[in-house]
Write a protein that binds this ligand. Sequence first.
Ligand code: FES
Length: 70
Amino acid sequence: MTDKTAEAIKVKLLEGKRYSFCSCGLSKNLPYCDNAHREYNEKEGTDYKSLKIFPKEDTEVLVYSATWKR
Ligand code: FES
């Protein structure tokens, strides 16, 4: 298994906020979802959805998806 830590994006998450991360790789605002998956799903019959995060406390995370081409 390859370590993708170097390609991950560090994101600060604040308690009580809602975060939506891209899983399809089409967002122009990575790592966040910009809803580009909706048009792609409709055209290609796929079922991409964003990953929703609701932090219970302020924290930092590393985010990475194999679908991201940066
Ligand atoms: S734009 Fe990629 S999951 Fe929404």
